[in-house]
Design a protein around this ligand. Structure first.
Ligand code: ZN
Ligand code: ZN
Length: 581
């Protein structure tokens, strides 16, 4: 079976088609139609396959009949004949050349036709031998930029994206290494600050009275494998583990514009610049400047940048794509959740199944975090590999929970279970004890390779179970290891919304499941969410932090997140599921 085509994959293919058509010298009109379609698919916020199924894909702006049919073919068959035909006419390696600076489609066409260059290696050879400079339009400066771009690319290939949590550990070590610099202020920008689930590089923004010392310290940090570039106020390094780090020393008086600029996203910054221009100013990483001349306006704090444009400060997690500025102008930014808003953790494992800490230890950890309740949700019997609990052991665990609750009152311990959703959708809830369980999580660890239809049916059945309160890590993905399951998420979310079944944002940084874009979709459907640490040892309760980021990136209001509720409200909600079916 061919690989599933999701929104991102479809957008990539449409972009490649646009590139290939442009290299072939097709009309701008046709090329742009594909580019627009790719952009629109990326900003859909809906699962493409369900839009193909109900035909609503044809109603999307910029997607006409011809492209709509191609998308339908691509999504239903997993392949597209038109794309395959184009790929035979235009060598794939030419598309890679497009990524080199100064090499737009027209120039790629020129080197292909006139120099028979089809790969980056051949382009490098042509540049070094002087053949490239003989082509009209390729001056010495341009050739130099192309060569530099090829070098840059070789470096980029040595690096890769790492999970946010690994980037976070690295960033903390770097920050520690720079401590003590005079007048130090430090912040990490880019996708790290926007809390994307993976990070490709780390942008350290630093202000200090001694820029040279900052550069010196940065380049000689123990985790630096190689210094790539070293200037008086900036540096680039390759860290061990092969992600790139950039340091920029910023003047204190320009900190606000610089931090705003280097946080991105690209689209958000375009939107900010457009708004500035409407008010008669250009905005750069350095300052605002009146378009008709006059002094620069400096912003020492990021808040000032937003305030100057009549906006409230926008949380970095909301700065993805083109939306934040529009909504901010309308006063529609979400009331996002903070870590301090979380009153409890509904997904905790212990020694009773595959955890490494006791119930009491987990309680202590929760207390330190300022939580007022936790739900002990060890695996059910069906997940034997994880030491799932049969009825007898679950009963003994309940006795221990009662005991812990008697001994201390700072953290209320709830009785729960992470019950397996079996291949036919039955949920492995221990029948005799069901009335004594406060929280039942339904989740799926087995038979994950079923078809989209089967997975969907399985989830729908579990959601309609009167005792299943939370669906945990719905896609089952593991970052960098396992793609999530395919399912009709729209239908699943609608049913979860209707029945008040809570969807988990699993905070384990290798899961982050629901992922932000699906959490956003569920949010639009009116779903409720829980943020679960899924802690298997005491230290992992800290991971709730990463779940909070996902909820923010999905624009979820905090009152939709059950961890922020009073416990009684949550328990009532769980008990009353019957009435919502
Ligand atoms: Zn699980
Ligand atoms: Zn779990």
């Amino acid at each position: 079976m061919s690989e599933r085509v999701d929104n991102e994959k479809a957008a990539q293919i449409l972009e490649e088609i646009a590139d290939m058509l442009e290299i072939q010298g097709e009309s701008v009109f046709k090329v742009n139609a594909y580019r627009r379609a790719a952009e629109n698919i990326r900003s859909l916020g809906r699962d493409l396959s369900s839009m193909v199924q109900d035909g609503s894909i044809f109603a999307v702006e910029g997607i006409g009949k011809a492209i709509g049919e191609k998308i339908t073919e691509l999504v239903t068959k997993g392949r597209l004949e038109y794309y395959e035909k184009l790929s035979q006419e235009v060598p794939r390696s030419l598309l890679e050349i497009l990524e080199i600076p100064d090499m737009g489609p027209k120039r790629v066409k020129a080197v292909w036709e006139k120099l028979k260059v089809t790969t980056i290696e051949e382009l490098e050879e042509a540049a070094k031998s002087g053949r490239l400079a003989e082509l009209p339009g390729f001056g010495p400066k341009s050739v130099a930029r192309i060569l530099a771009g090829i070098e840059e690319r070789k470096r980029a290939l040595e690096t890769h994206r790492i999970p946010l949590v690994s980037a976070w550990i690295l960033a903390e070590m770097v920050k520690e290494g720079l401590l003590g610099l005079p007048g130090l202020r430090i912040e990490v920008g880019g996708s790290f600050r926007r809390k994307k689930e993976t990070v490709g590089d780390l942008d350290f923004l630093v202000s200090s009275h001694d820029p040279e010392a900052a550069v010196e310290r940065f380049c000689s940090l123990p985790m630096v494998q190689k210094v790539l570039l070293r200037g008086s106020k900036k540096a680039s390094v390759l860290f061990k583990g092969s992600i790139q780090g950039d340091l920029r020393v910023i003047e204190r008086s320009r900190w606000g514009t610089a931090l705003q600029y280097f946080t991105g996203s690209k689209e958000h910054n375009v939107q900010m610049r457009e708004l500035a221009l409407k008010k008669g100013f250009s905005l750069s990483e350095y300052s605002f400047k009146a378009v008709d001349g006059g002094d620069e306006i400096l912003c020492a704090e990021e808040e000032e940048v937003y305030a100057f444009l009549g906006l409230p400060w926008i949380l970095p997690e909301l700065r993805e794509g083109r939306r934040a500025v529009d909504e901010a102008l309308k006063g529609n930014l979400p009331n996002v959740v903070n870590e301090e808003d979380l009153k409890g953790d509904p997904h905790v494992h212990t020694l009773w199944s595959d955890g490494f800490s006791s119930i009491e230890e987990m309680v202590l950890s929760a207390k330190e975090k300022g939580l007022r309740w936790i739900a002990i949700t060890d695996h059910s019997a069906a997940l034997a590999v994880a030491g799932g609990l049969d009825t007898a052991r679950l009963r003994s665990q309940m006795v221990e929970i009662d005991d812990v609750n008697r001994k201390q009152t700072s953290v209320r311990v709830l009785k729960g279970v992470e019950a397996e959703i079996l291949a036919d959708g039955t949920v492995d809830v221990p029948g005799d004890l069901v009335d004594e369980l406060d929280i039942v999580i339904g989740s799926l660890h087995l038979s994950m390779r079923q078809s989209r239809e089967e997975i969907t049916r399985r989830y729908l059945k579990a959601i309609r179970h009167p005792r299943v309160h939370i669906i945990a890590h719905p896609t089952g993905r593991l970052l960098g290891q396992r793609q999530g399951m395919d399912a009709d998420w729209e239908v699943i979310f609608e049913e979860a919304s209707r029945t008040g079944t809570i969807l988990e944002i699993n905070a384990n940084p290798y899961r982050l499941d629901l992922p932000d874009y699906l959490a956003a979709l569920a949010n639009e459907k009116g779903c409720l969410f829980s943020i679960g640490s899924d802690a298997h040892r005491t230290s992992q309760m800290e991971l709730l932090h990463f779940g909070v980021s996902v909820a923010r990136r999905a624009w979820i209001n905090k009152d939709r997140i059950v961890n922020t509720w009073e416990l009684d409200k949550l328990l009532d909600w769980a008990k009353s599921k019957h009435d919502r079916l």
